[in-house]
Write a protein that binds this ligand. Structure first.
Ligand code: PNS
Length: 180
């Protein structure tokens, strides 16, 4: 069967093809939730390596600094040798190109995510046609989770156990004690 679509080869950034398939999972991760963890673990099964890439500076008032987020995520995935944690600035496609990634991974929780994700995926494809965006659905119990809700519930004294990794809960408690 001939292939007539405009499908491009994977991103080679001008060099030889990547030896293993690398996926970039970008986001703010302020903080990492169990929904994010679910997506990272699914990606780590599909790809040889996954880079959890923390965007630096999108939010003027984050709960955690980018360095803190990196430290937390490293702690959570310390037993997963094919999961790496990094930061990036500026355009995601530039970062992914530099890493010679094959794919951007994004979680898709519900229809409400679709429009924004669709726009981002097509803009990223416009900017870098060789890079695919792969969407994954988290387990149902995490489909209603968001970092924003976790922060709100926690700041109002609600219990977030089971919704974020224990390490995140610990860091949030510590932050709450020091910042108030
Ligand atoms: O966790 P979030 O906020 O849903 O993640 C969004 C993120 C950080 C992946 C996205 O905003 C991003 O990559 N921004 C970097 C700037 C960029 O590349 N913008 C064009 C994307 S269409």
């Amino acid at each position: 069967m001939s292939h007539s679509g405009p499908v491009q080869p994977v991103n080679t950034a001008g060099g030889p093809p990547p030896s293993g398939r690398l996926a970039v999972f970008p986001g703010s991760f302020d903080p990492l939730t169990n929904g994010h963890v679910d997506i990272v673990l699914r990606s780590a099964h599909l790809f040889e390596r996954v880079v959890v890439a923390v965007l630096v500076n999108p939010d003027k008032h984050p709960l955690f600094t980018p360095d803190e987020r990196v430290a937390i995520i490293r702690e959570v995935f310390r037993e997963y040798p094919n999961v790496e944690v990094d930061t990036y600035n500026g355009l995601l496609v530039q970062y992914a190109r530099g890493r010679r990634a094959s794919a951007i991974v994004r979680g898709m929780r519900a229809i409400s995510d679709f429009e924004r994700e669709f726009q981002m995926a097509l803009m990223n494809r416009h900017l870098e046609p060789t890079l695919e965006t792969v969407f994954m659905m988290p387990a149902e119990q995490y489909t209603y989770l968001s970092s924003r809700l976790i922060k709100e519930v926690f700041s109002l004294g609600g219990d977030v156990a089971g919704l974020v990794p224990p390490a995140v809960e610990r860091w949030m408690r510590r932050k709450h004690e020091t910042v108030g």
